[in-house]
Design a binder for this molecule. Structure first.
Ligand code: SF4
Ligand code: SF4
Length: 198
């Protein structure tokens, strides 16, 4: 019995030693990797970008100045649904909704305070119509803080931005110039909510 207990203790000690050695080796490897990276950069030729003479081309998905885009027919994409302003973590978007005679909603006014915007991109993610989009244009620094409050006329552009082909009303089921409800691309026929039939 005593012999068996001693054997168990020995096995336990061996496992603990192996674990300790493995952990120690991992820590040493971590340090070695860090120092190797530092040394690699110590002997590398410095590379300086002379901004603003040289402006590094940024990817299309870079997150800076915000625009309000138009659909391929030239109409305003924004339907003033307030999703972007609801999701904005710093509450820097505000607007007033209005309605056209054909039932289409639009923003009577739309305002973004870029003095507060943190360029997180959540408004773009939330927008169902692809109206609000962030662009790579980051050069909007101003001394006058109030000049960073952009109105709709400053935000609205005459193109579709990153998503040129998307037309929300072709999917949304509203009667439009391009067809009745249920006749648009990928649009199901309207559901009769008073019927029990599937
Ligand atoms: S990028 Fe972020 S902080 Fe800026 S307006 Fe959109 S949601 Fe708000
Ligand atoms: S920009 Fe998009 S999310 Fe914001 S109100 Fe307009 S349609 Fe809605």
């Amino acid at each position: 019995m005593v012999k068996e207990n001693n054997q168990e203790m020995n096995e336990k000690n061996t496992v603990e030693k192996v674990t300790l050695v493995t952990e120690a080796l991992e820590i040493i490897k971590g340090f070695a990797d860090g120092f190797a990276t530092t040394f690699k950069h110590l002997f590398r030729k410095p590379f300086t970008e002379e901004y603003p003479e040289y402006k590094r081309p940024l990817p299309e998905r870079a997150r800076a100045r915000i625009i309000l885009t138009r659909d391929p027919d030239g109409g305003e994409r924004c339907v003033a649904c307030y999703l972007c302003s609801s999701v904005c973590p710093v509450s820097c978007i505000s607007m007033q909704s209005a309605e056209l005679k054909d039932g289409r909603r639009y923003a009577a006014w739309f305002r973004i305070n870029f003095g507060r915007c943190i360029y997180c991109g959540l408004c773009e993610e939330a927008c169902p119509t692809s109206a609000i989009q962030l662009t790579p244009d980051f050069e909007m620094c101003r001394r006058e803080i109030l000049s960073l409050v952009y109105e709709k006329k400053d935000l609205l552009v005459d193109h579709g931005g990153k998503d040129k082909e998307y037309n929300f009303y072709q999917y949304a089921g509203v009667v439009t110039d391009v067809g009745d409800k249920g006749s648009h691309i990928q649009e199901e026929k309207p559901v009769n909510i008073k019927s029990n039939m599937p």
